[in-house]
Design a protein around this ligand. Sequence first.
Ligand code: SUG
Length: 421
Amino acid sequence: MKQSGTSFTEINFDGIVGPSHNYAGLSLGNIASASHAGDPSYPRAAALQGVEKMRGNLARLGVQGFLLPLPRPNRALSQALALDGSEPAQLRAAAWSASSMWTANAATVSPAPDTADGRCHLTPANLVTMLHRAQEWPDTQAQLRIAFGDERHFAIHDAVPATFGDEGAANHMRLCESHDQQGVEVFVYGRPGGRFPARQHEQASRLVARAHGLDPARTVFIEQNPEAIAAGAFHNDVVAVANGRVLFTHAEAFADQQGAYDAIRAAFPALEVVEVPSSAVSLAEAIRTYLFNAQLLTLPDGTMALIVPEECRESPSVWAWVEGMLAGNGPIRQVIPVDVRQSMANGGGPACLRLRVACDPATVDPRFLLTEAKADLIAQTIAAHWPEQIDPSDIGAPHLADTVIAARLALLDVLGLSELG
Ligand code: SUG
């Protein structure tokens, strides 16, 4: 089904980095998170890096959305964990985590052209594998219900039962001729048993596809390569990204690489695979630089650009591959590095920081859509209220809690979203 008579497009909703952003080493299997555990963090710089990324994409695409940080420290979780100061620091840090910035894990999104009832369906991810992330979904759902509150166009589900881990759009890809046409949705799950947790359960993926009313003939389920998970690809979007007809992937992303291409091609014959061989970029280097945790964008002129972390330009093997690719005549015509180093140090690249929702912007609550003027307002609020630095020993301090709470409320206030307070 094609959406007619609308200005249907893909909108990237970036998570604004919250004022409690810190490095607590909470995510087993996320190598960046583990290796930066205990470092001081710079929430103000982190959030301003995010705003600059959004400004760049607003200029490129003409549309950009955002989601707000969730309330931290989370009082309900602090109570549930019986935090009294005698607990392990990591438990305390969980209740302070700013991890909702990675909105690729906020929800799985099936746009209207793909679903049986012609509405866009969103299922918040339960994120149950990690304590600090499992607290996110009720507040995320509350926010999605406002941003996408028009029930003629959107359906917001509950998270899938906690038995089945679900990590949202980070383990989901969509191929299509254009965003307003019916696409093929690809769900990528992991199997447990490796040295690191496989966070996406196959049954969570299948359940979401059913709940969204997807056409089984246009839905594909494939398995992550267990070796990629063991090497630190805790989400599929660390090693693969799709846009339009293009799947940009490392050669070791899937358990059966050729079988994955065949399965996708059977549902979507126009598939174009841009595969990076291990001989050009090792799995370890791909995970270190987050080459695939990129935003693959269709620009207004119809060409594609890849928004990658700065770390890619600094890697001789990655950049040599990029330059070789650009010298050819493949579908990706530009590669644009962005500085999201504060997020990267916790394992979150440009693609982690955004949730893609293909829809007509006129159907979204405009308070969640960015303009240049609003970007200025957000940046000013961050500059005035976000802590400059958080040391791990600060987590739990009452004065820092007051600062973090007040900073978020100031942002909600300037955006007219105090109802999220
Ligand atoms: O879930 N890091 C996040 C990074 C999420 C990246 N998202 C995608 N790949 N889409 C995670 O592991 C680290 C928090 C800490 O250690 O303090 C963290 O949660």
